[in-house]
Design a protein around this ligand. Sequence first.
Ligand SMILES: Nc1ncnc2c1ncn2[C@@H]1O[C@H](COP(=O)(O)OP(=O)(O)O)[C@@H](O)[C@H]1O
Ligand SMILES: [Mg+2]
Length: 270
Amino acid sequence: MAYWTRMELGLTPLIQIEGATVFRGATLVFENLSLTIAQRCNVAILGPNGSGKTTLLKVLMREIYPVAKTHSVVRILGESRTNIWNLRSQFGVVSSDLQYSYAEQAMGFETVLSGFHGSVGVWGHQDFTQKEREQAKAVLMQLGIHKLADREYGSLSTGQQRRLLLARCLVNNPQHLLLDEPTSGLDLAGTFEYLATMRSLLKAGRTLLLITHNLNEIPPEIDRLILLKEGRIVADDTKSVVLTEKNLTDLYEQPVKLVVKDGWYQAIPG
Ligand SMILES: Nc1ncnc2c1ncn2[C@@H]1O[C@H](COP(=O)(O)OP(=O)(O)O)[C@@H](O)[C@H]1O
Ligand SMILES: [Mg+2]
């Protein structure tokens, strides 16, 4: 039995999906997908474009529902009908979808505040307490981006927007971070800064579910690695067992060579 399965004994799984069949429009993305993720385990799901990664995130966040079937379940921390607001405050989600759809005219500080309501931008009817404002400021300081508070979201670089959205999800002090291709579109400095922030959050006890097609952004702290191909899990084990040249060559249908250093992985053409 894999160690994360043992670890989960006595603890409710963070995520439990059984027999989920999911369509997006007319596309069948998952057929009978089953996946259990324990609490306190850092997991990365790696798969090529179109393999279903973002769809999985949307299923977890209850933006998309599987086809109703007798034996299918999607449970988060043991609950199949979690209140969406509770769910979204327990999970800090940052995705490029959110980045692109976020309100251009929102100010940086408002962007962070909007995390309390899980909204895009802030609205006249939303009141924020002094405590919430202080918390938003504290997170901006923590991430070293307090200077972005007075800038318009739409005027910021991809990296600055991404960090603001990370701050936005951190105001709720979520235990679990759910990041979808967090460094895509960032330059080297932006990527390294983002990875450093991610690692300091992990050191502070948060757990990470990372969804990516990019080996470079998998931090050494990731324990378990799942390979997703065309909506199917084709490998699932400890990171060092799964990340082999053979598995990656099969996954991407391209010859892949691996470079491993200091717990980081990099793919080069085989
Ligand atoms: N809104 C949509 N309507 C129809 N099909 C979609 C939609 N979004 C994604 N798909 C399809 O679902 C599959 C999985 O997509 P997605 O979950 O976005 O993959 P990934 O995040 O791994 O790149 C792809 O075949 C994609 O074309
Ligand atoms: Mg995606």
